[in-house]
Design a protein around this ligand. Structure first.
Ligand SMILES: Cc1cc2nc3c(=O)[nH]c(=O)nc-3n(C[C@H](O)[C@H](O)[C@H](O)COP(=O)(O)O)c2cc1C
Length: 400
């Protein structure tokens, strides 16, 4: 079972002997399904070559802060927003001190200050450095700021001394960070999620569909699993790996999705409709492949069942969250949908923007419920999914 499927990890490497272990760490993170981007401090480059990390991660390594070329690609703020976790391993005494003081004179320091992601450090240093009150105070300060500290281990050190300060092994780091993603807040709650597009057949080889990638729904499913929920993910056809730890149902058409939803939602507490369901289906599907002899072809479309409205009506106990993908009058249409369909909350998505939404890895959405409305500014879909789960949790308990 993969522990870190689709999680985006920025691996910060700082200047210490243990930097060589980061090479293995990259591999282990990737083996568990994570996407990894490596950032090295100038100190780290004295110990391992960026080329090694580039070859292992399969991506260019980020090093300099004031690098025009790198900024023109994925700039440092963009990289900071990309990550779900900033893992600094090894974390030198010097870099820990820099974090405490909020220094942004290195790329990694700037990313630490700019990232909304979880932050974790795996310190590695000589045992006297580790035990020094300056380092102890610094580590305590980071802990107070919700930075997860992994290790260090005790044992023989590179310098020959014995004591605490060795970086913990890559396999233990991987185990510990996969635990950070688990919050357990939805323990005992059954969440049904729909994701992806639906396909409406025209004939045996053609269909009508839409551009939905399913990424948002899958990210929400992963976030709900991490929160300890019992998750049923009902998915249309997508090119994504199904998240571990959920009941997975694969469907094609809107009608199939509706029957799967109605069947599993009886015992559910929360329903999140993130699928882009075809609003219309072909009225009469041709049994034979339609010939292409004619200049024009007229198709009659008939309204498909409204899944979210049906489920909200049938199961009144459900806390129902819908998505509204709109290209104009976002909030107006979203509010209309909320009321008309009897939803508890709606997440509105501006699909007219090319940098977010369909197929993109990031999104910016508005959350609208009966009492409030708020904006989740642009962030990775994984991070957004975690924030959405938190918001659902608040409203769900408030409504109970
Ligand atoms: C051979 C050698 C090994 C070092 N090992 C460590 C170490 O394991 N941990 C540490 O905190 N500093 C270590 N240092 C000191 C750091 O490399 C130094 O503080 C550097 O400025 C750290 O840079 P950075 O934190 O920006 O990456 C070592 C220095 C040398 C010369």
């Amino acid at each position: 079972m993969f522990k870190l499927t689709n999680k985006r990890i920025i691996l910060g490497v700082t200047g210490g002997i243990a930097a060589y272990k980061s090479a293995e760490l990259v591999r282990r993170l990737q083996d568990q399904g994570a996407q990894v981007r490596v950032v090295m401090t100038p100190g780290a480059e004295e110990f391992v070559r960026p080329l090694t990390m580039q070859a292992l991660s399969g991506h260019p390594v980020f090093t300099g802060l004031l690098d025009e070329k790198a900024e023109a690609g994925m700039g440092h703020i963009e990289l900071a927003k990309w990550g779900d976790l900033l893992l600094i391993a090894p974390a030198s005494a010097d870099f820990i001190a820099n974090m405490v003081h909020g220094r942004a004179d290195s790329l990694l320091g700037a990313i630490y200050l700019a990232t909304p992601a979880l932050v974790s450090v795996a310190p590695a240093m000589n045992h006297e450095m580790w035990k020094h009150p300056a380092t102890s105070d610094n580590v305590d300060t980071l802990r107070d700021r919700q930075v997860h500290v992994i290790g260090p281990d005790s044992g023989i050190q590179a310098c020959g001394d014995i004591g605490p300060g060795r970086m913990v092994g890559p396999e233990i780091i991987v185990d510990q960070i996969s635990e950070f993603f688990k919050t357990g807040e939805l323990q005992g709650i059954h969440v049904v999620i729909t994701a992806g597009p639906t396909r409406e057949a025209l004939d045996p080889v053609r269909y009508v569909s839409n551009y939905s990638s399913g990424k948002m729904g899958y990210a929400i499913a992963s976030a709900a699993i991490d929160a300890g929920a019992l998750v049923t993910l009902i998915s249309g056809p997508v090119n994504l790996i199904e998240p571990e730890g959920c009941k997975f149902l694969s469907v094609v058409s809107a009608e199939e999705m509706l029957s799967a939803v109605l069947e599993v939602s009886e015992s559910a507490h929360i329903f999140i409709g993130a699928a882009a369901v075809s609003d219309y289906k072909i009225e009469s599907v041709s049994e034979e492949k339609i010939k292409s002899n004619d200049e024009t072809l007229t198709l009659t479309l008939r309204k498909s069942p409204d899944i979210i409205q049906s489920v909200a009506k049938k199961y009144e106990q459900l806390f129902v969250v819908g998505f509204a993908a709109e290209s104009n009058n976002l909030e107006g249409y979203a509010k209309e949908k909320l009321e008309k369909k009897g939803l508890d909350a709606i997440i509105a998505n501006d699909i007219s923007r090319s940098d977010i939404g369909f197929n993109s890895d990031s999104n910016e959405v508005s959350w609208i419920d009966k009492n409030s409305s708020l904006i989740f500014s642009k962030r990775s879909k994984t991070q957004l999914a975690r924030d959405i789960i938190q918001q659902i949790l608040k409203s769900f308990h408030h409504n109970r």
